[in-house]
Design a protein around this ligand. Structure first.
Ligand SMILES: Cc1cc2nc3c(=O)[nH]c(=O)nc-3n(C[C@H](O)[C@H](O)[C@H](O)COP(=O)(O)OP(=O)(O)OC[C@H]3O[C@@H](n4cnc5c(N)ncnc54)[C@H](O)[C@@H]3O)c2cc1C
Length: 346
């Protein structure tokens, strides 16, 4: 039987669940130094990093509940090393750094962020497997070793092991990060943007007007708001996750493409990848200033790795706002790559 229930919410404490619906429909701060629009992992991590960096008052607004977008339906795997097989080097470097930042958050954040370390095993039904790209971080497993680690496979096969990757319950991380924020308004959508002299002066929301010193848009898809002209290629991709009832099967961490073992014995399987059309997918994140505006930034299009990339995104935007100029690592992800550097489009 398949039950269409959210997979992460049922693991939260009452306090964590309450965080996700904070400040419903009410804006407590009409003139924040920084407004963050969007309460997914990118927005919440960025708002928390800005607040912790002491850059002034921060207001976070979210149209639904925190995590009601892709964040609440993600597998929550933080596995930068596997991207070496498929993604450009600057992305993999940033992803590794982001996993390190997740580790630091776990150590330093009040109560931690719910990080769980795990090993990743990839099964290689093809005898050449992952061979063309061997790296020291990968331990190659013959079929006997795979059979020891993953008992019950229908046919013997070799594989690859990468240690010390991680996962989170994305909603738990979101709730823990949001807990430090003094001003959060859920159930509050940004509707339109007023600009004057190359700056955002007002954001009209469903709960009233906000006059921010600076704005970060972290709306999942690039923001589509009256008064904000943005032409970024982006398309929606739908994914499904499946979680079994608790089973006696024991997997060592995550076994691709089979499943990830959760702490209560359930197996997390997925996700699917349903493209509605042939438009090129936005492969990596966008971190950039909104073209033509001095006090507005955006991060969107995180595709399949937004949970992994949230801390590095938050740190990059915080450093940029604080220093007044882009950190070096932001260059690879600027919006102009869509027009000027086709090799990064992918
Ligand atoms: C099935 C599946 C599995 C995945 N597995 C992984 C994984 O294992 N690891 C990984 O790193 N990533 C994974 N991802 C990808 C990950 O979920 C996303 O990249 C990430 O959640 C994006 O976060 P975000 O904050 O940018 O966007 P979102 O989570 O979509 O948040 C954007 C928020 O902005 C709000 N918003 C939009 N417009 C407005 C507005 N005008 N006013 C106010 N609020 C607004 C939305 O309501 C939403 O809550 C997976 C995704 C799916 C679908």
């Amino acid at each position: 039987m398949v039950a269409e229930t959210p997979i992460w919410r049922d693991r939260l404490t009452a306090e964590e669940r309450a965080q996700l619906g904070r400040g419903a429909g009410a804006i407590s701060l009409a003139r924040p130094d920084i407004l963050v629009v969007g309460g997914g992992i990118a927005g919440v991590a960025t708002a928390a990093a800005l607040h912790e960096a002491g850059l002034g008052s921060v207001l976070l607004i979210e149209a639904g509940r925190l995590g009601s977008g892709a964040t609440g339906g993600a597998a929550g795997l933080l596995t930068p090393e596997i991207h070496e097989w498929s993604d450009p080097e600057p992305f993999v470097d940033l992803a590794r750094l982001s996993l390190e930042l997740w580790g630091q958050l776990e150590q330093t954040w009040p109560g931690g962020v719910g990080l769980i370390e795990l090993d990743w095993i990839g099964l290689a039904p093809d005898p050449d497997g992952f061979a063309p790209h061997q790296r020291p971080v990968v331990e190659w497993l013959d079929h006997d070793r795979v059979a020891e680690l993953v008992p019950g496979l229908a046919r013997p096969m070799a594989g690859a092991l990468i240690r010390r990757q991680a996962r989170v319950n994305p909603l738990r991380s979101l709730a823990r990060l949001a807990a430090v924020l003094p001003a959060v308004a859920t159930g509050t959508a940004a509707m339109s943007v007023t600009t004057e002299g190359g700056r955002v002066t007002k954001i009209t929301t469903t709960a009233g007007d906000v006059y921010p010193g600076a704005v970060v848009f972290a709306t999942g898809m690039p923001p589509m708001l009256d008064g904000l002209r943005l032409e970024l290629p982006a398309s929606r991709v739908k994914g499904h996750l499946l979680v079994t009832e608790p089973t006696p099967v024991r997997l060592p961490g995550t076994v691709a493409p089979v499943a990830t073992q959760l702490d209560d014995g359930r197996l997390l399987v997925g996700g699917t990848f349903d493209m509605g059309d042939e438009t090129p997918a936005v492969r990596q994140d966008v971190i950039d200033q909104v073209p033509g505006l001095d006090n507005a930034w955006l991060t969107s299009g995180h595709f399949r790795t937004g949970i992994l990339m949230a801390p590095v995104t938050a740190a990059t935007i915080t450093r940029w706002i604080s220093a007044g100029e882009p950190p070096a690592e932001a260059a690879a992800w600027s919006t102009d790559r869509f027009t000027q550097r086709p090799h990064l489009r992918r």
